[in-house]
Design a protein around this ligand. Structure first.
Ligand code: FE2
Length: 674
């Protein structure tokens, strides 16, 4: 009697093992095996982390094995099971791998294809074609689009994390509970005693040290010591946690009437302001998107304030980016003065604080939430809806959307929902953050997700002009590495552009992203189809880069740059000054977050800057969805390049007071998960 030996690997995460009955059926091209119960007497099968082998006896040879069907049936109570993979040894001694990496919940049945990645047009048998179609039909019922707010990219149709398909949930609900993480943060930071002190101001700036002493690191301490200095203010536009706002200024805008007279003492090259603009030495940061956003707070006691500043900056002879002038609102006028470094100390300091606060809002809501979290979710949902597990692009992308839909769902459940944690300490809480995303969507262009294009569009590509722009330089390196890896994978599966054009599944994926995920907003200019392999390579590079590097660059510096509260106030409690001479130390302290809000903010930036315990960094693919040798070689090359670059970054940072490490590959998680 021919015997097939099946080996089954159970996951090693918590609760991955099961006591339920597991049945297997091998579906061959000639015939099927009996539905066989996998059970060893006196042995506890399918324990967490176990690899168990069983014999499946058949009457006749099955032919080529097309599918492996596994079923789970209740024993005592439903006991979920995570299956990593199955290998089948045939009577002739061949080994066939069947990647699974899925949860089996309830009385679920899963049919697995072998690990060879295939395009839809390459399927030859009816069983294979049908399997592909059925898998997508099932997934499309599970992964439905839903508009969370009008004008937003679409998100998953699920009210709570527990409603999500088990496969995309966090391993434990605890790991992602924002309320719990906040409490943990508050405890670690030892700030409990100030938590409830809303509307009580700190007395002076040094007072913030009371909540800052517990967890310090090189950067946050440096920020505390130097945050008032102009060079530090300017430096953050290049290498802080929102390094995407600064633009080359080609003309002083009419709405920001800075004159040569105002700034001439700051210019170092013996040129007028106009000549400096001409020479390319003037930069601008414009927070126009903040204009008119509704601030948090409903009554005079809790009312908070927002601004929409414009800041002019100068590249000094020493290549530092120094602020030249700040106007706090968009419409020029007498009650909207242009603040200058030559103003009184507190006038200028308060103007800079307002810019930092506005930058915090734009960072949190636009740079971070919209452009990494929400966009990654769109790619993730479309992938589940349109690409079966046997598609090479599914295999490529799945590690890069791990936990993303889960973290966003949890955020919508606890953090950025109505009366969520975000409202506690943020000037854009209570709905302002929603308006901000809606406005930012109007300027959201697919093209700007291409990292090099985004840099060029802001006119900051020249290394000669901006030699210390590590975000740009490291970002370009990582972008190129990701792109070259993606190009290798694309080349393995697509031998011509026609092959890509004929791949209906990939075309449906791209179409779903554009038409549903991005709601067919024409101004976003997302492609509706992909014609060339180069276009596909760019597209997939965007998906992977946005989820990994871009998110890391704007997420993991939050504690470094925002824990010293005056450097990144999450809210402002007094209106912007309408004339010079209005600000003094009391005015500044009454404007800055109170004790209670400071603690909430600190807890948030600490919790959001933590890596996960089992973090998978860029290029780490422990789940082997691919079995093909050339793919493994491409992955190996990718990892080698990444490791080499991590060493370069480490050497560059050695001994630096302000190291830049957010884009060091060994600190870039594969996906958006926090
Ligand atoms: Fe994040």
């Amino acid at each position: 009697m021919p015997t097939y030996t099946v080996t089954i690997a159970t996951g090693s995460q918590w609760f991955a093992g099961t006591d339920d009955y597991i049945y297997i059926t091998l579906v061959g091209t000639e015939m099927c095996s009996e539905r066989t119960l996998l059970d060893k007497p006196l042995y506890n099968d399918f324990e967490r982390g176990a690899v168990d082998s069983y014999d499946v006896k058949v009457v006749e040879n099955l032919g080529d094995i097309e599918l492996v069907k596994i079923e789970k049936k209740k024993y005592w109570f439903q006991d979920d099971w995570y299956c990593r993979y199955i290998t089948v040894k045939t009577p002739t001694g061949d080994y066939i791998e069947f990647p699974c990496f899925r949860w089996l919940v309830d009385d679920k049945e899963v049919s697995l294809r072998d690990g060879k990645a295939r395009l839809p047009q390459d399927e030859t048998t009816r069983t294979a074609k049908q399997h592909r179609r059925k898998e997508l039909e099932t997934r499309q019922k599970l992964f439905r689009w839903k508009e969370w707010h009008p004008g937003f990219p679409m998100s998953i149709d699920a009210k709570a994390h527990r409603d999500l398909p088990r496969d995309i949930q966090f391993d434990s609900e605890k790991g992602v509970d924002f309320v719990l993480n906040y409490s943990k943060a508050i405890e670690n930071l030892c700030v409990n005693q100030f938590m409830h002190m809303f509307q009580t101001s700190w007395k002076d700036l040094a007072d913030f040290e009371q909540i800052f002493m517990r967890i310090k690191n090189t950067i946050s301490e440096y920020v505390m010591e130097h945050w008032k200095e102009d060079f530090m203010f300017g430096y953050q536009f290049l290498n802080g946690c929102n390094p995407v706002v600064l633009e080359k200024c080609h003309k002083i805008p009419d709405k920001f009437p800075v004159t040569n007279e105002m700034v001439k003492d700051c210019l170092e090259r013996d040129m007028t302001l106009e000549e400096e603009v001409e020479a390319g030495n003037i930069y601008i940061a414009d927070y126009e998107v903040m204009d008119g956003v509704t601030p948090n707070g409903t009554d005079p006691c809790t009312l908070q304030y927002l601004a929409a500043p414009i800041c002019l900056l100068y590249r000094s002879i020493r290549n530092r980016i120094m602020p030249l002038a700040i106007q706090l609102h968009q419409v020029p006028g007498e009650d909207n003065p242009i603040f200058l470094p030559s103003d009184d100390e507190y006038d200028w300091l308060l103007a800079k604080i307002w810019v930092r606060s506005s930058d915090f809002h734009v960072h949190q809501t636009v740079t971070h939430l919209l452009r990494t979290h929400l966009i990654s979710e769109v790619f993730g949902i479309a992938m589940f809806r349109q690409l079966p597990a046997v598609h090479p692009v599914y295999k490529l992308l799945i590690p890069h959307i791990r936990f993303t839909i889960a973290i966003n769902t949890k955020a919508r459940e606890q953090l950025i929902c109505e009366c969520g944690l975000f409202d506690k300490a943020n000037g854009t809480g209570g709905g302002g953050h929603v308006e901000l995303v809606q406005r930012a969507m109007k300027n959201f262009k697919y093209k700007t997700l291409l990292f090099p294009e985004g840099i060029k569009a802001r006119g900051v590509e020249s290394q000669e002009e901006l030699p210390f722009y590590f975000y740009r330089d490291d970002g370009m390196k990582v972008w190129e590495m990701v792109k070259s890896f993606v190009a290798d994978i694309v080349a393995i599966y697509y031998d011509s552009d026609e092959t890509l054009q004929k791949d209906e599944e990939i075309q449906a994926f791209v179409k779903d992203v554009c038409s549903f995920g991005m709601q067919d907003f024409d101004y976003c200019e997302f492609p509706k189809a992909l014609k060339t392999r180069e276009e596909l390579t760019e597209y997939l590079t965007i998906v992977i880069f946005s989820a990994s590097a871009q998110h890391a660059a704007v997420n993991f510096g939050q504690y470094d740059w925002c824990s010293w509260i005056p450097n990144a106030p999450s809210t402002m409690r007094k209106p912007t000054p309408t004339k010079k001479g209005q600000a003094n130390v009391e005015y500044v302290m009454e404007s800055l977050p109170d004790r209670g809000r400071s603690c909430w903010h600190l807890g948030a930036v600490w919790a959001l800057s933590q890596f996960q315990d089992d973090e998978l960094f860029l290029g780490m693919y422990p789940d082997e969805h691919f079995i093909e040798k050339p793919v493994k070689t491409a992955m190996e090359n990718f990892r080698k390049k990444l490791a080499e670059f991590s060493r370069v970054v480490k050497a560059r940072n050695e001994g630096k007071k302000l190291p830049y490490y957010y884009l060091s590959p060994d600190r870039i998680p594969n996906s958006v998960a926090v």
